[in-house]
Structures are given as structure tokens and as C-alpha cells.
Design a protein around this ligand. Structure first.
Ligand SMILES: [Zn+2]
Ligand SMILES: [Zn+2]
Length: 216
């Protein structure tokens, strides 16, 4: 039986940490003018056919890249399962990935991007597999740091499903590292997050990580 996500989980907006973004035309024009000033100061000639619209496109692109703040109306259903606890409760993992994501580092406003693997062990509720991708996108299409994205995905999945456990692996390349600073081109930053049974059971962690490596 599908249940209403909004009823099931008290305060969906809080769990997903949504913002109400409403920008008036006037405000948007101001943002575009500010962007134009920055681009000009950096040396970009905004008086060519190719660049005259760049400030407008830039602001629009930023809004699209951060639309995770607006939420996702399609992230709506959780389903009940048969699991009611006790000896019949099977600790089998549901693992989804690689889920590709793009995010903006909140320190430099430059992109970082990579893949997420999300795993959980269902108890009384499950969620549609595609919704795991939507959940990752909600938290990655924002200004973020990799560590917090992981916490948010793991915590929200725990809050929504109350599963036996949640596992998460994030692998990303940070443009603020590659394009500036130490200019290391290829390092990949990996973070793992464990909740519930994964916290205490090393075999479950191994199983999860082995499944993540098996990318084909
Ligand atoms: Zn159970
Ligand atoms: Zn950065």
C-alpha cells in the first residue's frame, strides 16, 4: 500500500531542508547586472554576439544547478513491506548506483561531481528505487560540502524509512582543487556513511563496498 510521504514523515521540508526560492524579475535583472560586472572585471568582453547574454545564462545555469533547494514533487511515496521484526527480519541490502551527481562547493562556488552509491536494509518501509536517485539529487544540486551531503542523504533516508541500516559511498572530483590551489588534477575524494546495522556489522559494510566496486 502506498502511503503519503507527507503524512508518513513529519515535516518533509525539514527532513529535506528545502528553501522557498522566489526571485522577482527585478531581482533577477539585478543579479545579471552583478554577474556582468564580475565578468567584465575578470576580463570577459560582454559586447560580442557570443557573450552578450552570458550574464543571463550564467544566473539561469546557477539556479538550475541548485534546484535541489526547491525539492522534488516526485519524491512522494514510501511503501509498506511485510517485515514486522523478529527472526523473520532478513538483513538483505538494496543497493543503487552509480548515481551521478553534480554539486557546487560552498567554499568556492565551483563544481564538484562524481557518483553516489546508496544502500539500505529495509524494515517496514521501502521506497521506489528511482527515488534514491531523486534523494541524492535533492541534496547535491545545491551549494554543499561532500561530508554534509552524505550526512543529509543518510539521515533523510533513515527518517523516511526507519530501515535497519543505511550505507552510502560518495566519490567526487572537486574543481576547486583541480583548477586552483594545489592544482592536483585527478584526486578523488571518497566518503562513507553508515547508519544502523552497518555501523556495527563489518560484513554488511564489506558486502556493500564489494557491490559498489562491481560497477558493471
Ligand atoms: Zn525488519
Ligand atoms: Zn571548494
Amino acid at each position: 500500500m502506498p502511503s503519503d510521504f507527507n503524512r508518513k514523515s513529519s515535516g518533509i521540508n525539514e527532513i529535506l531542508d528545502l528553501k522557498r526560492r522566489q526571485i522577482s524579475d527585478e531581482q533577477r535583472k539585478k543579479l545579471e547586472n552583478n554577474a556582468a560586472e564580475i565578468f567584465s572585471a575578470l576580463g570577459l568582453d560582454l559586447n560580442t554576439p557570443g557573450t552578450i547574454d552570458t550574464p543571463r545564462r550564467f544566473i539561469q545555469a546557477l539556479f538550475e544547478a541548485t534546484e535541489g533547494y526547491d525539492g522534488d514533487p516526485k519524491l512522494v511515496k514510501v511503501f509498506d513491506t511485510e517485515c514486522k521484526g523478529g527472526p523473520d527480519c532478513r538483513l538483505s541490502q538494496i543497493i543503487e548506483g552509480p548515481i551521478h551527481f553534480f554539486s557546487l562547493c560552498e567554499h568556492h562556488a565551483l563544481p564538484f561531481f562524481g557518483t553516489a552509491y546508496v544502500g539500505y536494509i529495509a524494515h517496514e518501509h521501502i521506497i521506489g528505487i528511482s527515488k534514491l536517485t531523486r534523494l541524492v539529487r535533492i541534496f547535491t544540486k545545491r551549494f554543499a560540502v561532500q561530508e554534509r551531503i552524505g550526512q543529509q542523504i543518510a539521515n533523510s533516508l533513515s527518517a523516511l524509512l526507519q530501515p535497519h541500516g543505511v550505507a552510502l559511498l560518495l566519490e567526487a572530483r572537486h574543481m576547486c582543487v583541480a583548477m586552483r590551489g594545489p592544482r592536483e588534477i585527478s584526486p578523488i575524494t571518497r566518503t562513507t556513511f553508515w547508519r544502523g546495522e552497518f555501523d556495527t556489522n563489518p560484513f554488511l559494510r564489506q558486502e556493500f563496498l564489494a557491490a559498489c566496486k562491481n560497477k558493471n
